[in-house]
Design a binder for this molecule. Structure first.
Ligand code: UD1
Ligand code: CA
Length: 453
């Protein structure tokens, strides 16, 4: 089979400089969803007709299996398909998809191809409000032609069976039909829909199939429609997660922009956003309002509310947050605790270590059973280069300590609160850099001067 995706149109009603098919749905361009579905059908060729927005569309998709056909100027859907013709295998049928109809399902397309046989297949649907769509004109039950809203008679406008735009066509015949298209219509365009009457005239069978759900064939013409389809996508995904046993506090308040794999007994509270590839182990619980991107979380770990986790690998039975930030390159072993207002970047933290309050741990290797006190900062940046800090097993770091990297704290060492560590701290000893405490005898608090005195 050949697949052609029409994506040259402007999308005026989006009011945006970004070409319509590049607007994201679930974090990926609309067109990416259509390409994925097309790939699932294992076609011989996927040809995308582009035009409006120029090369920014093909530049976004570098995969070598895609063929691009430029349509310039854009003279209608029939003219668009004609641009793809040279790339199509005339011996196999051609399936036409729209780049701005992102949620069409592969099963529906398979059923359409089945219905078409060697003839034409049209995906149609009955709508209560068919306004704006091309209408399917039948006589004695048989499809005769499609008439666009703008060209339709009053009687034709009452027809409720509409053209979704998705169709499958015998490629060898298509060439002749497209060559004979005229643009004598209300929009002065070459309508792809006119090939239906041509097929009927040539005695080629025209069959219809219907999608399983209305949203499958819903197009995106405005930001409001984009938001509606985003919610459809998210609700479908939430339903699939619950089907697998995930507990969602509210399926209407979860957003997955990528893939989310969950083991048994996962709980997700409201308003969490998952991006990229996220894997949650058995019994993981995610608190409200977390953003989690490209993260793997081990079994039994609790993420408290308001965490921001990015490209981190979190072990089993950890406690993270509330208000924790894990940045790329963070690896936590099991039973690590990262508390409120703690930022960790490019660091490995071994089992049972804790940084529970207000700390920055960057470019650091932390051993096991380490306690990092409140307000501890690893000073990893000298203004030009980054340096590493090494904290060995069983170290206790007092509050408000700065570790000026490169620096190493030996096994079992203790750093006194308020230490600014600029040299390595030996194992097993207390190291402290604080000035000695003094009390100044006879010192008086300053008093406010009298006004006008
Ligand atoms: C089209 C159909 C209409 C159908 C409706 C479904 C025609 C003539 N009409 O109408 O019967 O009910 O879709 O949504 O086909 N495109 C190009 N190049 C062009 C024009 C359009 O690539 O020159 C692409 C657009 O990017 C879009 C698709 O074709 O993906 C449909 O174009 P659009 O202008 O939305 O078609 P409608 O007028 O809505
Ligand atoms: Ca449209």
């Amino acid at each position: 089979m050949n697949v052609v995706i029409l994506a040259a149109g402007q999308g005026k009603r989006m009011h945006s400089d970004t070409p319509k098919v590049l607007h994201p749905l679930a974090g990926r361009p609309l067109l990416a969803h259509v390409i994925d579905t097309a790939r699932g059908l294992r076609p011989g060729v996927i040809c995308i007709v582009y035009g409006h927005g120029g090369d920014s569309v093909p530049r976004t998709f570098s995969q070598p299996d895609l063929v691009w056909a430029r349509q310039e100027p854009q003279l209608g859907t029939g003219h668009a398909l004609a641009q793809a013709l040279p790339h199509l295998d005339p011996k196999s049928p051609t399936l036409v998809l729209y780049g701005d109809v992102p949620l069409i399902r592969a099963e529906t397309l398979a059923a359409l191809c089945q219905a078409a046989g060697k003839g034409v297949g049209l995906l149609t649907i009955e709508l209560d409000d068919p306004h704006g769509y091309g209408r399917i004109v039948r006589s004695r039950g048989k499809i005769r032609r499609i008439v666009e809203e703008k060209d339709a008679s009053k009687a034709e406008r009452t027809l409720c069976e509409i053209n979704t735009g998705i169709m499958v066509l015998p490629t060898a015949r298509l060439k002749g039909w497209l060559a004979r298209l005229q643009n004598r219509n209300a929009q002065k365009e070459y309508y792809l829909t006119d090939v239906i009457a041509a097929a009927v005239a040539d005695k080629v069978s025209v069959s219809a199939a219907a999608p399983g759900a209305v949203w499958e064939t819903a197009g995106v013409n405005s930001k409001s429609q984009l938001a509606q389809l985003e919610r459809v996508y998210q609700l479908n995904l939430a339903a699939a997660l619950m089907e697998q046993g995930v507990t969602l506090a509210d399926p209407g308040r979860v957003d997955v922009r990528g893939s989310l794999a969950c083991a048994r007994d996962v709980f997700i509270d409201v308003n969490c956003v998952f991006e990229g590839d996220v894997v949650l182990g058995a019994g993981v619980s995610v608190g409200a309002h977390c953003v989690i991107r490209n993260v793997k979380i081990g079994a039994g770990t609790r993420i408290e509310s308001f965490c921001h986790l990015d490209a981190a690998d979190i072990g089993a039975r950890c406690r993270i947050g509330p208000y924790a930030r894990l940045r790329p390159g963070t690896t936590l072993a099991e039973e690590v605790h990262i508390g409120n207002f703690v930022e960790v970047k490019a660091s490995q933290i071994a089992a049972r270590s804790k940084a529970n309050h207000l700390a920055y741990v960057g470019d650091t290797t932390v051993g096991s059973d380490v306690n990092i006190g409140a307000g501890t900062i690893t000073c990893n940046y000298d203004g030009a280069n980054k340096h590493r800090t090494i904290i060995e097993d069983d170290v206790h770091i007092g509050s408000d300590t700065q570790l000026v990297a490169p620096v190493r704290v030996g096994k079992g060492a203790t750093l006194g609160a308020g230490t600014t560590l600029t040299k390595d701290a030996p194992a097993g000893a207390l190291t402290i850099s604080r000035a000695k405490q003094v009390t100044v005898p006879g010192w008086k608090r300053p008093v406010k001067k009298k006004q006008g005195a």
